[in-house]
Design a protein around this ligand. Structure first.
Ligand code: CTP
Length: 414
């Protein structure tokens, strides 16, 4: 790639610290970076840090006459391949949508003829506010590319969408955009725009998430590495889209997304009973990594070494298959979706699972490539009509795309 350069506009927000790492990664990838720091951004990172990392002058004030002589704001906005606003606060999004130019960053954004990418980061309520939804929709209509925020825990302790993606994920977006001619940097992403809002209004969506723990004795259990992040992200995206969400969660350490009814369970049998009680549902999405087997009998007291050196046997028995049970239930949800975490022959195994379980979709992912518990997923949607493979995305982007796909087909199923 011919040496490219970007203009990085850093607005206010705790996530501004991630822009420092993004600069380092961009420089390592051979991309020239010039930073513009807003007044808000300067509360969180210093020009000194940005200057040292970018090895470039950092611009902070529109009315610095010396700078205007050396490099006017119009020239600054054009002498670059692309503009990235990262993090983009609710305030700068609003100004961009309204065409307000009252400081250097917003003036550059109004004056530029180059592609613009924004990476919003803010509190979940601010991100979900009708005003921000409007502004984001306007920016998309104006041709601005939006890197969707991740779902997760906020600096303020709330949970939901609004978190700036990790610098490595941001780098992937920026490099993809620089490599392609098109301003549509996220062409490989499924279409999940923000029009999910209200798309599932009034629908009941039942979701399982996380692992199950199967007791052996009062202190030991059988478990797996599921973190629950993908299921929780789907629950958050479904609630965002207006659904009534019941989230049956195995033992995980995650806060409840806003607007979601969460029921905590421990074992597969508890999960199965809770799912049954939560019916009827329009859609069920079984994301949980349910333990296939449990101890045939739970020892009432701690199993002790008896000194003989003989390892105690651990007879196992089969757990109920919650997904297959739903598929054959008289209350089968209209759309029944299973997940499949596979380490080999991902698509073939998932296709066999679709038939075996009697569900409508299997969403398969390769846990050899993206180990359980990580932040990203590359999924394949397997249906009777074929296989749709998506790019590797953050779990929240996967969640939004799944919800968008559900919202698209649900009306036609009635
Ligand atoms: N599942 C379930 N109840 C079980 C086991 C699995 O509801 N007892 C669901 C999972 O939530 C997931 C799907 O079935 O949606 C596939 O889970 P997976 O563990 O991959 O399937 P298994 O049938 O256990 O197949 P494998 O032989 O690969 O373990």
């Amino acid at each position: 790639m011919q040496r490219k350069s970007i203009l990085l506009l850093i607005s206010g927000g705790i996530a501004a610290y991630k822009s420092a790492e993004l600069i380092r990664l961009l420089r390592k990838a051979g991309v020239g970076v010039t930073c513009v720091l807003t007044k808000g951004g300067a509360q969180f990172v210093t020009p000194l840090t940005l200057g040292a990392l970018s090895e470039n002058k950092v611009y902070t004030d529109l009315f610095d006459l010396k700078d205007e002589v050396e490099m006017g704001h119009i020239q600054l906005s054009r002498a670059t391949d692309m503009i990235i606003v990262c993090p983009a606060s609710a305030d700068i999004l609003a100004k961009m949508a309204a065409g307000i130019a009252d400081d250097l960053a917003t003036t550059i954004l109004l004056a530029t003829d180059k592609p613009v990418i924004v990476a919003p980061a803010m509190n979940v309520r601010m991100w979900q506010h009708a005003a921000t939804r409007r502004n984001v929709a306007q920016l998309r209509a104006d041709g601005v590319t939006i890197i969707e925020p991740d779902v997760g825990e906020m600096a303020c302790g709330e949970f939901g969408p609004g978190r700036l993606p990790e610098p490595a994920a941001l780098l992937t977006h920026v490099l993809a955009a620089l490599a392609g001619d098109s301003a549509d940097a996220l062409a490989g992403q499924p279409d999940f725009a923000d029009d999910n809002v209200d798309a599932l209004d009034g629908r009941h969506i039942l979701i399982t998430a996380g692992p199950t723990h199967e007791a052996i004795d009062p202190v030991r259990y059988i478990a797996n590495k599921s973190s629950g992040k993908q299921g929780f992200a789907i629950a958050a995206a479904a609630a965002d889209a207006g659904a009534n969400v019941t989230l049956v969660a195995g033992p995980v350490n995650l806060p409840t997304p806003p607007g979601v009814t969460r029921i905590d369970v421990t074992s597969a049998r508890e999960m199965a009973a809770t799912v049954e009680k939560a019916l009827p549902a329009d859609v069920a999405i079984m994301v949980a990594a349910v333990a296939d087997w449990r101890a045939a009998a739970i020892a009432p007291t701690k199993i002790k070494k008896d000194g003989s050196g003989i390892i105690p046997p651990l007879p196992l028995t089969q757990n109920p298959d919650i997904l297959a049970g739903l598929a054959s239930s008289p209350q089968r949800p209209g759309l029944l979706i299973g997940f499949a975490a596979e380490t080999d022959n991902v698509i073939a195994h998932a296709q066999a699972k679709l038939a075996r379980k009697g569900c409508d979709w299997i969403i398969a992912n390769d846990v050899a490539a993206d180990p359980m518990g990580g932040e990203v997923n590359r999924v394949h949607i397997i249906t009777a009509n074929g296989v749709e493979s998506w790019d590797r995305l953050s779990k929240s982007a996967v969640a939004r795309a799944i919800i968008a796909k559900i919202a698209e087909i649900l009306p036609g199923m009635e």
